[in-house]
Design a binder for this molecule. Structure first.
Ligand code: CA
Ligand code: CA
Ligand code: CA
Length: 441
């Protein structure tokens, strides 16, 4: 009788600890912090805290071990938070620990209509606060949807900024408009050019760096300086692109690949039966996407290059968080015969495990952190930061037990299964441990 009771207690106390099998790597899941309000950007900070923006207008540093959240800026009174709009992207200056303790933010505000601005704050370590807002760019056309806005600092002390089309899709093809673009500006805080147009931008005097975008909310730097960007499609053709200076990515006439498939003519106003998507691509030197979701969308959010050996299955791959389809996608890329990167493999992980996934960051030792955004658009709890730590390198190993033997594996209907199958299991061990596992082939 006592043994039975012990089994029940252990089962209850350990039920919330979950592990996930990715190939031959076991990942331990841990909730770092819960109760956030649409965490939009997470970055691994130079102080080894996670820096997070919450869309209503809060920035915090989160202690990864304790989950303690230090609010370092509250601009809710300045931010216009509606549907997809609010406090969006954040970037930390690459020289933060070398005399440039600055942080860049993108947020929407109201000023004769919806607008968007890019600002710079200084981090004051004494008060643990962001201070002294400097506006780098304001008056961008805003909206409650399609407003970007990811920020990515590069080693040359410039920063890329994705702007959405703000529901004016023809402006994406107008080089005089800053919407529907990737912008590039100086973030050099030493030489006096902060916020200015870099001399080597493709259109002299213009912040526009690439164009023909709909609503890109993912930016990542890969090996060899390659810039990857994810982009939301209309009801077809989410895209992954490689961005290059001066490139035209086709929106609204080109959707996904230049292939005449699934074209939504409501947006593609220049196309007809006699003037097709491929005609437009040739005439306008459109840069093709390297991946498209095709006939439907998954809602692609931020991306990151995983350059760590801690999770070998993800090493040197591009990882993408996905909102609507609630998963993490791994892209394996390689060079084609022309030396251009192409997608070899698209693989989905953790489907429906934590709801909508907005963002991802990686610790120096290769742990993955995911910002979750509830289960429905535009926002609903739980909104968390989840840690996925490879068990062998994390030192956690709370399930380690020399006497632990697997008794049986059950599917979610309680039927015994062979644990070599792929899918969801409940594993029950002889020491009372019960764990949930998601196994991929
Ligand atoms: Ca991010
Ligand atoms: Ca495109
Ligand atoms: Ca197409």
């Amino acid at each position: 009788m006592k043994n039975i009771l012990t089994l029940i207690v252990l089962t209850t106390s350990l039920l919330y600890s979950q592990q996930h099998q990715v190939g031959s790597t076991l990942l331990e899941e841990r909730e770092v912090v819960n109760g956030l309000d649409v965490p939009w950007e997470i970055k691994w900070g130079p102080d080894n805290f996670i820096w997070v923006t919450e869309r209503p207008g809060i920035i915090s540093r989160v202690d990864v071990e304790t989950g303690e959240k230090h609010v370092i800026l509250d601009i809710q009174s300045s931010v216009w938070d509606s549907n997809e709009a609010g406090l969006l992207g954040m970037e930390i200056h690459p020289e933060f620990n070398n005399g440039s303790p600055y942080v860049f933010l993108a947020y929407t505000y109201l000023s004769g209509g919806a607008k968007e601005k890019i600002v710079c704050y200084e981090y004051d370590a004494n008060s643990d606060q962001l201070i002294n807002e400097v506006v780098l760019l304001d008056g961008l056309d805003g909206n409650s949807t399609h407003i970007g806005c990811r920020l990515l600092a590069l080693d040359d002390l410039t920063m890329l900024i994705t702007t959405g089309d703000a529901q004016d899709w023809d402006a994406s093809q107008d080089l005089n408009e800053l919407t529907g673009k990737t912008l590039r500006m100086s973030i050099n805080t030493v030489d006096g050019t902060l916020g200015q147009v870099p001399d080597d931008n493709p259109f002299p005097g213009s912040l526009v760096w690439s164009w023909g975008h709909r609503n890109a909310q993912g930016l990542a730097l890969g090996p060899n300086g390659i810039i990857y960007s994810s982009e939301h499609g209309p009801s077809n053709d989410d895209e992954l692109n490689i961005l290059t200076s001066g490139g035209n990515y086709g929106w609204p006439n080109v959707q996904g690949y230049c292939d005449n498939q699934w074209v939504d003519y409501y947006y593609a106003g220049d196309l007809s039966n006699s003037y097709t998507e491929t005609d437009y691509c040739e005439d306008n030197n459109i840069t093709d996407a390297i991946w498209s979701s095709g006939s439907s969308t998954i809602a692609t959010s931020d991306i990151i290059w995983y350059d760590n050996s801690a999770i070998p299955e993800f090493e040197e791959t591009l990882l993408m968080t996905v909102l609507k389809d609630k998963m993490l996608v791994r892209f394996i890329l390689s060079e084609d015969a022309n030396g251009e990167m192409e997608v070899d493999e698209y693989t989905e992980f953790f489907n429906n495990e934590w709801g909508r996934l907005r963002d991802i960051c990686i610790s120096p030792d290769g742990k993955i952190y995911l910002a979750t955004n509830g289960y429905s658009w535009p926002s609903q709890g739980p909104n968390e930061i989840i840690e996925l730590a490879p068990v062998n390198t994390s030192g956690i190993e709370i399930h380690h037990s020399p006497s632990k033997k697997l008794l049986h594996s059950l599917d979610l209907l309680g039927r015994k299964i062979d644990n070599q199958q792929s899918g969801f299991y409940i594993n029950i061990y002889d020491n009372g441990l019960v764990e949930k596992q998601y196994k991929l082939d």
